[in-house]
Design a binder for this molecule. Structure first.
Ligand code: NAD
Ligand code: LMR
Length: 333
């Protein structure tokens, strides 16, 4: 029997967590032979609803759920954590862009980065979900000088899954027949869902769709999907975000399938000419808990301009939060 791993989750009484925690406890994230300890973190005013969720988790009698702890101080909840899911943050409402959340959410991620640096397991893997996810990941990582920036990631898997699901329905293929899609850049309305290298049942995807539909409708639809869901539901995506979190962590830990890759928001090493240091979504292959950017993909002029637009937005977001970014130290590399 494996030893249990510690998973700290913020926003544990929120909408995403409500779709997520039960599936983690059922083994869908770490694997069906990996016991887990859930360290649930919430705001003081949400501790009572959190207690209710903990009771429900207990009542499911999940064999892999070793124990649950509840915390209203992040510093306590993150102690010894092997995995940290930073979900807790204010979501946007109708008509807002995600970047408008910077003022409300960014300072929190600086403090969380410092606490992860101090109290989490040295090999911790962190996923930032709270928006604006890429820039929050940058802030958290830069405030954790003893950890590698590669231990911090931002969720763009939801955009990747959206690209796959919507392309599948447009072409009549099953989503599992679609491979090698990439979402580049920011988890925002400038992101670039790229089908240049995608295949459908092994055949190039682009010749199978109309160029006009791809460039004028499809890209826009993926970029605006989060807003469309908020308009329709009155709250941002939750179940699909939970699914994407499970996929992101599962693949990071267990590896990506042969002949495919996934999109993850990670620190840029300058690949594809993207400014070093920003958290940008790249195509990556994962293996045994490590990931590598897929290199050597051909980039068209159209793709290049899309990739640069989303890079520019991330550089602007970085400027906005400059006072939350301590200078990089030797130890941070
Ligand atoms: P929600 O409002 O339903 O729940 C958020 C929870 O976080 C609340 O219970 C709140 O009390 C808690 N919280 C707030 N600040 C906290 C803190 N500092 N520490 C601990 N808990 C805290 O929101 P939600 O629908 O669960 O969404 C959470 C975040 O995820 C939002 O920022 C949303 O925009 C973002 N999101 C990101 C993606 C993505 O793909 N990256 C997808 C969906 C949602
Ligand atoms: C999403 O993409 O659904 C989330 O980031 C929520 C949002 O604000 O769009």
């Amino acid at each position: 029997m494996k030893r249990p791993v510690r998973i700290a989750v913020t926003g544990a009484a929120g909408s995403i967590s409500h779709s997520l925690l039960f599936r983690i406890a059922a083994g869908e994230m770490m694997g069906r032979d990996q016991p887990v300890i859930l360290q649930l973190i919430e705001m003081p005013q949400a501790m009572e609803p959190l207690r209710g969720i903990a009771m429900e988790l207990e009542d499911c009698a999940f064999p892999l759920l070793h124990s649950i702890s509840m915390h209203d101080r992040f510093e306590d909840g993150v102690v010894g954590a092997h995995y940290v899911l930073l979900i807790g943050a204010k979501p946007r409402g109708p008509g807002m862009e995600r970047s408008e959340l910077i003022a409300a959410n960014a300072p929190v991620f600086a403090g969380q980065g410092r606490a992860i640096n101090e109290y989490a397991n040295r090999d911790v893997k962190v996923l930032v979900v709270g928006n604006p996810a890429n820039t929050n990941a940058l802030i958290a990582s830069r405030n954790a000088p003893d950890l590698s920036p590669a231990q911090f990631t931002a969720l763009t898997r939801l955009d990747h899954n959206r690209t796959r699901g919507i392309l599948a329905n447009h072409t009549g293929a099953n989503p599992k027949g679609i491979r090698r899609i990439t979402v580049w850049g920011n988890h925002s309305s400038t992101q670039f869902p790229d089908l240049s290298h995608a295949t459908i049942y092994g055949e190039p995807a682009l010749p199978q769709v109309e160029e006009n539909w791809y460039q004028e409708q499809f890209i826009r639809k993926i970029q605006k999907r989060g807003s469309a869901i908020i308009d329709a539901r009155g709250h941002s995506s939750a179940a699909s975000a939970a699914q994407a979190i499970l996929n992101h962590m599962h693949d990071w830990i267990n590896g990506t399938p042969e002949n495919d890759w996934v999109s993850m928001g990670i620190v840029s090493d300058g690949s594809y000419g993207i400014e070093k240091g920003i958290f940008y979504s790249f195509p990556v292959r994962c293996d045994y808990g490590r990931y590598q950017i897929v290199q050597g993909l051909e980039i068209s002029d159209f793709a290049r301009s899309q990739m640069q637009a989303t890079e520019t937005e991330l550089l602007e977001e970085m400027q906005t939060v400059a006072d939350l970014l301590p200078q990089e130290t030797e130890a941070s590399h």
